[in-house]
Design a binder for this molecule. Structure first.
Ligand code: FE
Ligand code: CA
Length: 514
């Protein structure tokens, strides 16, 4: 029978085939978690969304059936010049997340993308393709972010990040924190000193992690940062469990049982990040160390220092160095990733190399009072000094004077030099550590003991303990780093300022004020 409804559907179909099909009723807007893009290549990027009409309910309020999702990517934000259009399936197996890998797009330009499902249309996201392989590139700009504990601060930094002009965002990890908040279904009263509260107990199962990511990703400021930029994402410890190391947690859980938790954490991570199919987890394993080239200007080496590392030495946490830490074979990347990194560095021809990874590489004496003994962060590269020396030695042997390391995890900004032989030898590279988006709360410019740390570590040039992010402007000969800080994250409307700027000259490792 010819109905008015069918006629309307037919007309609509001429303009937008993705909206034509009979769709299940999804019981509300399924795009409450926003959109994201990531892993840009010269010819495309991954576009992500996840259907969840009620994001904090079991299954996001979705029926446990596959649901078709339409997608389109355009050359303009009005979608007049459509570059690609099609349909994919959101599978309940992946929590109705969608990862569309666009290909065949033009290099080094913005595109706009959106999705449709259940008669609803998603917000529009903007992605950016990488420059063509080997193309001459004058400059690029990226931000380094991470450590966004939901309870400890608002995502004002993400709101500001959304307004930056960037080629990409790199997230080093601690995208979620796994620890408990309030009971599910209970009013989420903030704890003392916290601005808001996690839902649910500590994460162990796939649904625990899914709920935690959904809670974070429902934040409009975080959604804005994802919608505005293409991200490269890696993880640190809190996407799974505090200070985990390969198949070990801190509680002495049997490794084969901890692997089950890792498996749940890895799947949830994949489901919520704009990752390529090549990162689909297999058991507890997920391939997220990878490389990206930005023309002839920058080779990015994104590391995973969590999944393949030896256990933290000397009892973990902040400790004096013990003989265990000094064992010559100790590794923070694992042998295969270390070989992959060294080969990539030696074979690359770009003006600059970025080693983008999680924990601080600098050897940093953390004592805050002169009378105290020296102690070190055993979860950072300080607990893996042999691995650090191998890396710096390789830079010397490969004759590389164009390496910048970016790190996070500390919830503090740092700028410093990576010197051989602990911290006493020649400068081999520069390290910029980005502070947290929210972890640690408002913080302060110079926390107690900063003077002592700066005095004890002459290779350290700057530290700050507020919230924010790191901006890097990479030119042909000069790499500039801006340390952005917020005056507060405990209340809305925090003010963002550039607290300090440093520069590195290509061919002459060392860092100076800019
Ligand atoms: Fe953190
Ligand atoms: Ca961490």
């Amino acid at each position: 029978m010819f109905t008015r409804r069918a006629a309307l559907a037919g007309l609509a179909g001429l303009a937008a085939p993705a909206l034509l099909r009979a769709q299940p009723t999804l019981g509300g807007d399924p795009f409450t978690l926003g959109v994201a893009s990531g892993d840009p290549a010269p010819d495309g990027f991954v576009a992500w969304t996840r259907l969840a009409p009620r994001p904090l309910e079991l299954h996001g309020g979705m029926p446990m059936t596959p649901v078709p999702v339409g997608y389109e990517v355009a050359e303009d934000d009005d979608f007049r010049q459509i570059a690609r259009r099609g349909e994919t399936m959101a599978w309940p197996n992946l929590g109705h997340s969608v990862h569309v890998e666009f290909a065949g797009l033009e290099p080094n330009r913005p595109y706009w993308y959106r999705f449709s499902a259940g008669g609803a249309r998603s917000p529009t996201g903007r992605g950016r393709t990488a420059p063509a392989a080997g193309a001459s590139l004058e400059r690029l700009r990226f931000a380094s972010v991470g450590c966004q504990h939901y309870e400890e601060g608002l995502y004002t930094a993400h709101r500001r990040l959304a307004g930056e002009e960037l080629d990409f965002v790199w997230c080093y990890g601690d995208y979620i924190y796994e620890k408990a908040g309030g009971a599910i279904g209970q009013p989420a009263a903030p704890k003392r000193g916290k601005v808001r509260r996690h839902i649910g107990d500590e994460c162990y199962s796939l649904d625990d992690y899914r709920l935690r990511y959904a809670h974070y990703r429902a934040d409009p400021d975080l959604q804005a940062a994802h919608a505005a930029h293409s991200w490269w994402t890696t993880w640190d410890d809190h996407e799974t469990d505090s200070n985990w190391a390969a198949d070990r947690d801190q509680d002495g859980t049997p490794p084969e049982l901890f692997d089950l938790r890792r498996q749940a954490a890895a799947q949830a991570y994949y489901e919520f990040m704009p990752l390529r199919r090549s990162a689909l987890p297999l058991g507890p394993s997920i391939q997220i160390y990878r490389r990206a080239a930005y023309g002839d200007l920058l080779d990015c080496h994104f590391l995973d220092t969590r999944q393949f590392r030896d256990d933290q030495p000397c009892g973990d946490e902040f400790q004096p160095l013990c003989p265990e830490a000094l064992a010559p074979g100790r590794s923070i990347m694992g042998a295969a990733q270390e070989r992959w990194l060294f080969e990539g560095l030696a074979q690359g021809t770009a003006r600059w190399n970025l080693i983008a990874q999680q924990v601080m590489v600098m050897q940093l004496d953390r004592r805050q009072v002169e009378a105290d003994p020296s102690f070190w962060n055993m979860d950072s590269w300080a607990g893996y000094p042999a691995a650090r020396e191998r890396l710096l030695n390789h830079l010397k042997q490969a004759n590389l004077h164009n390496v910048v390391v970016t790190s996070g995890d500390e919830h503090q900004h740092y700028a410093g030099e990576l010197r051989a032989d602990g911290a006493d030898g020649p400068v081999r590279a520069v390290e910029f550590v980005a502070t947290s988006i929210s972890s640690g709360g408002d913080g302060e410019d110079q926390q107690a003991g900063s003077d002592q740390i700066l005095a004890d570590n002459p290779h350290l040039k700057f530290m700050n303990s507020q919230r924010g992010y790191l901006l890097c402007d990479v030119g042909r000969d000069t790499w500039r780093a801006d340390f952005m800080v917020l005056d507060q994250v405990s209340r809305p409307g925090g003010n963002l300022t550039r607290r300090a700027s440093f520069a590195v000259e290509r061919g002459a490792p060392g860092v100076h004020r800019a």
